[in-house]
Design a protein around this ligand. Structure first.
Ligand SMILES: [Zn+2]
Length: 307
């Protein structure tokens, strides 16, 4: 690994480490209103998008389709009910193919005060796309969000955990304020500045908080490879709460990569119920949409990152 380059989840291409560019604070973060840390709950509503859609096998792959569609059809409404019980709102990264096919549940997200963000149209692997192809995905996604939901997202999470070196600048041209795609830090930072203006804000997430690592298992093909069982739900609950509390203790920014089709099934909902309760018990932690955290980061540190 080259000095100053942080690996992303796929380990393919990196982004500049904030400390080497000195574009962000190097000491304790002073969060607004005296809060000691910040949290953005984030969910990726992939639905049946992904490989089977990209290779056009989806219409012939009904098992994959039904597994995926369980997310927007059954799991998201259950999650929205639970969030409302805890008086929490979240950020939902949604491929616009899902927005087109399940508009009702997406309209409910917006109506109940949640944030929606870009996540490709068909959950494309951005690293494999040319810049023109990435631009076409963004143009199409922007149009769908406007037409179906009447919103223009400010956030983006790359569907595949990677992108190409030009993606951050492309996203800025679409008015995107922040990304939550990289893995290399536990606090917000800026991607490189463009034309004398601060770059995209990165709100990094961690594989530790991706529910696939503990709760997903597919028999054919075996995925995640090497995993032979689903984790004990009580252990998952304790792990996730411990992660949150560690970030709170150190005054950092914490977010999640949770998928309703994975972690919002009836028995697993208790894990989230306990996690949400633990977050709510910390009235010293700022719980906000990812977009609000990114905007605050720009307001507070944008000037020093504009070079
Ligand atoms: Zn996804």
């Amino acid at each position: 690994m080259a000095v100053g380059i942080e690996p992303n989840g796929a380990g393919i291409i990196g982004t500049i480490h904030p400390f080497t560019r000195k574009t962000t604070v190097e000491s304790a973060i002073r969060w607004p209103d005296g809060y000691c840390a910040a949290v953005s709950l984030a969910f990726d509503v992939d639905g049946p998008s992904g490989d089977a859609m990209l290779d056009d096998s989806l219409p012939h792959n009904l098992r994959y389709f039904s597994e995926g569609s369980y997310g927007p059809y059954r799991a998201v409404p259950r999650l929205l009910d639970l969030l409302a019980q805890h008086d929490l709102t979240a950020t939902f990264f949604v491929p616009t193919w899902v927005v087109e096919h399940w508009p009702g549940v997406c309209e409910r997200m917006v109506a109940e005060g949640h944030e929606v963000g870009y996540h490709g149209h068909r959950h494309e692997v951005f690293f494999d796309l040319t810049l023109d192809e990435q631009q076409a995905v963004m143009e199409h996604s922007k149009a769908v969000f406007q037409r179906v939901l009447g919103v223009t997202p400010r956030g983006f999470r790359t569907p595949s955990g990677d992108w190409s070196s030009d993606t951050a600048a492309l996203l800025r041209r679409f008015g995107v304020l922040y990304s939550s795609s990289m893995r290399g830090d536990d606090r917000p930072y800026f991607h490189p500045a463009v034309d004398g203006r601060h770059g995209l804000v990165e709100l990094p997430a961690r594989w530790d908080m991706d529910d696939y690592t503990a709760l997903a298992y597919f028999a054919d093909p075996a995925f995640p490879s090497g995993l032979d069982r689903i984790s004990d739900y009580r252990v998952v609950s304790r792990n996730w709460i411990a992660e949150f509390e560690g970030y709170a203790r150190e005054g950092l920014f914490w977010t999640t990569i949770l998928h309703p089709k994975v972690s919002c099934k009836p028995g697993r909902l208790r894990i989230l119920d306990e996690l949400f309760g633990a977050i709510r018990a910390h009235d010293d932690v700022w719980v906000a949409h990812a977009g609000a955290v990114a905007q605050w980061w720009v307001d507070t540190h944008g000037q020093e990152a504009s070079v």
